[in-house]
Ligand binder design. Structure first.
Ligand code: HEM
Length: 428
């Protein structure tokens, strides 16, 4: 499967699921594994028997590039880091961050008024990246990137591309000093510079309210009393900066695209916003009164899950869907495929937010829809991201109706995250 996965991973996985059903055998170089698409098997791997699995060796590329942070670490070390970070994501804590999110959205709206007057297409992906980065920085890491703000998006795009391209390469050519590799190292230096800047600023001025960064700096090991090394803090901050910015920005970018293509959902959303907000700024307490908005967000991440696929490796022999899974084999969970299987979704390729209404969702297994993963390794930022997306869309959709540049090709590109291959230029 290696050439097919290199060429077009989402379609390679999709074809396998359609041709072979619940459990499809994959041979990828020297590795073996199954693509699993039955919700009970997904539940088994991610949740019920999660102890028997670790993140697959494919994450090694991410680990080697960014360091071993919450997203990639394992075992007791992972659990300790997760416990340190968890309080920053408690529901009540996020409630207090809603104002920061709404402020950042309002600043984007003000900026867009100027852009709209210029009548040029705007790259919406970049706009969303800047917005979600501002939110993560102000609400979790309490600062700005100073001189690095202008270069960090391009740096991450380079890193994303390079890791994705080397993902299936089996490491044979990894040590070669190619020009691409040099670009990658330069990009990583920008990222490290930005993160070191944040940490140094915080050490100079303590923050008034405790946020994620202060929790990371203050954390002490229960047994040894030791604090995290500077290097580990850097790795965790990098993880949060990227995990928090990139995925949310992509979900929003796909959402603007889908709304621009579907008039009826666009109108229904506008009516809901008008009825609840009447033009005012959204607040946390409005969330419960915007059910259709939530359906639009869920449906967007069904069709375009920003984290389009992940994988695990079995620590001991297991069985999946009646087949033996020997220890060391991989299990692929691919939200992009699960979310589009005709067996579980009517008119699977259609954008239809109503399918997420409570009545129509009642009988659906929670494990055919996993944009945030599931089980102990589920996304720590899922509520944070959902609240942020509601507040951003509520602010911007009240004032702007985005239109894709006519004839612009739109196609997903499965890097580490699911990006629009040719960008998303839109008129505001
Ligand atoms: C729409 C937005 C988001 C999506 C679709 C998303 C998706 C995911 C997924 C699928 C995983 C699990 C990966 C696996 O099991 O291998 C994950 C983990 C994680 N996410 Fe998110 N995420 C989003 C937003 C965020 C935000 C806003 C933050 C932080 C501010 C964040 C931080 C993390 C971290 C730290 C992990 C690792 C958790 C652990 O293993 O303990 N994510 N995310």
């Amino acid at each position: 499967m290696l050439p097919a996965l290199r060429r077009d991973p989402i379609h390679a996985f999709m074809d396998a699921a359609v041709r072979f059903g619940d459990v499809a055998f994959f041979k990828i170089g020297s590795r073996r594994g199954y693509l699993i698409t039955n919700p009970s098997d997904v539940r088994h791997v991610l949740q019920d028997n999660a102890r028997n699995y670790r993140k697959s060796p494919l994450y090694q590329k991410l680990r080697a590039s960014l360091g071993d942070g919450l997203l990639t670490s394992e075992g007791a070390f992972w659990l300790r880091q997760r416990r340190i970070a968890q309080p920053a994501f408690h529901r009540q804590r996020i409630e207090t961050l809603a104002g920061v999110m709404a402020d950042a959205a309002a600043e984007t709206a003000a900026h867009w008024e100027t852009l709209a007057a210029q009548r040029h297409p705007v790259e919406i992906g970049n706009e969303m990246m800047r917005l979600t980065r501002t939110v993560v920085l102000r609400s979790l890491l309490g600062g700005d990137l100073g001189p690095y703000a202008a270069t960090i998006d391009a740096a991450w795009a380079t890193i994303n591309q390079q890791i994705a391209e080397s993902f299936w390469s089996l490491g044979i050519t990894d040590w070669l000093p190619t020009p691409r590799k040099r670009r990658f190292h330069a990009a990583r230096a920008v990222l490290h510079g930005a993160v070191d800047h944040l940490i140094a600023e915080r050490r100079r001025h303590e923050s008034e309210t405790p946020d994620l960064l202060s929790m990371l700096i203050a954390a002490r090991d229960e047994e040894t009393g030791e604090s995290m090394t500077d290097l580990q803090i850097r790795v965790e901050v990098t993880t949060f900066l990227l995990a928090g910015q990139e995925t949310t920005a992509l979900a929003l970018t796909w959402l603007w695209y889908l709304l621009s293509q579907h008039e009826s959902p666009r109108r229904r959303l506008a009516e809901e916003l008008d009825g609840v907000l009447r033009g005012r700024r959204p607040e946390y307490s409005d969330l419960a009164n915007l059910p259709y908005m939530r359906m639009v967000i869920d449906e967007t991440m069904r069709l375009y899950p920003p984290a389009w696929g992940f994988s695990r490796q079995a620590l001991e022999d297991d069985r999946l869907g009646g087949y033996e899974l020997p220890r060391g084999w991989l299990a692929f969970v691919i939200p992009y495929v699960l979310h589009r299987l005709p067996a579980y979704w009517e008119d699977a390729e259609q954008f239809e937010p109503e399918r997420f209404s409570p009545e129509r969702s009642a009988d659906r297994s929670k494990f055919v829809y996993v944009p945030f993963g599931a089980g102990p390794r589920q996304c720590i930022g899922n509520h944070f991201a959902l609240i942020e997306m509601v507040l951003v869309v509520a602010t911007l959709a009240q004032r702007f109706s985005l239109r894709l540049v006519a004839g612009h090709p739109v196609e997903p590109n499965a890097l580490i995250t699911l990006r629009p291959r040719f960008g998303m230029p839109m008129y505001i």
